[in-house]
Design a protein around this ligand. Sequence first.
Ligand SMILES: NC(=O)c1ccc[n+]([C@@H]2O[C@H](COP(=O)([O-])OP(=O)(O)OC[C@H]3O[C@@H](n4cnc5c(N)ncnc54)[C@H](OP(=O)(O)O)[C@@H]3O)[C@@H](O)[C@H]2O)c1
Length: 291
Amino acid sequence: MKNILLIGGTGFLGTALASRLASADFLVTLPTRRRERIRHLSVLPSAQIVAADVHDEATLTRLMAGQDAVISLVGILKGNFQRTHAELPGKIARAAKAAKVPRLLHVSALAAAADAPSDYLRSKAAGEAALKAAYPEATIFQPSVIFGRGDSFLTLFAGLLKIAPVVPLACADARFQPVWIEDVVAAVVASLDHPESRGQTYPLCGPRNYSLRELVAYAGQVSGHPRPIIGLPLGLSYLQARLMEFLPNGPMTRDNVRSMQVPSVCPAGCTLPFGLKATPLEAIAPGYLSG
Ligand SMILES: NC(=O)c1ccc[n+]([C@@H]2O[C@H](COP(=O)([O-])OP(=O)(O)OC[C@H]3O[C@@H](n4cnc5c(N)ncnc54)[C@H](OP(=O)(O)O)[C@@H]3O)[C@@H](O)[C@H]2O)c1
């Protein structure tokens, strides 16, 4: 059995990844800030959940001992991007290198770039750079938006459409190439068996790209709540996001609006590495959106 440390492995993607790894005979360690709130993971036979502050370098050093691979998954959509996206990957990479952990995988985001329009995307690029500076052989994944049961994307739209008679939609023309969560998991896990993936960066996308308007309309159609969608101009998109920032769990921020100014789509022809075939949205989404 191999040991694998999933940092940020208790969320949407991490849970699917931990399940796949645990069933493939890996012993998975999952550090978390909120051990009591993630009981769903304690049912995995070979997963151990530990309360830990992964920003603390001594804690990271302790967690790295005896690991065969580390997967770095921590991500946020609002909050302290500098600490969480830019600095943490560097700390993880330095600790992994010092502990001689043979593989380091990191999940960033598609369109991450030093000159991107949002703090989210710039901080993701800074994190990639910090990671590579300390651990050049790290493998990086850059997914477009990820869909699947429990996502905060199509499921969120379907929930909103249920209660809203009309949808005033920010950034309706923003483009995405949604990728299925199990395809992301498959790519990350496959990279462990592909030594040529060391030092590589892989964009991860589904087979088709869509506008946000198309995706919201699709969520409405499949969930049984089709609604008129009114695309907001940029100024009103920022205003709507500003108002949502006052809500404790508001679904959007002005930084998200800035992220959507660049398409989250893969360069032509690229979808998944290692010979994997991307699953169409239409084959999966009805299974968790309808009813
Ligand atoms: N979901 C998508 O559509 C999508 C698209 C592109 C890229 N990504 C990237 O994929 C990765 C996983 O995304 P996800 O959707 O699974 O996210 P998620 O469900 O929100 O999970 C986030 C994880 O990060 C941890 N975390 C959050 N803030 C933290 C902090 N300040 N300090 C330490 N740990 C913290 C959480 O751990 P706790 O147990 O401690 O709360 C949790 O395990 C992220 O890097 C994200 O940017 C996701």
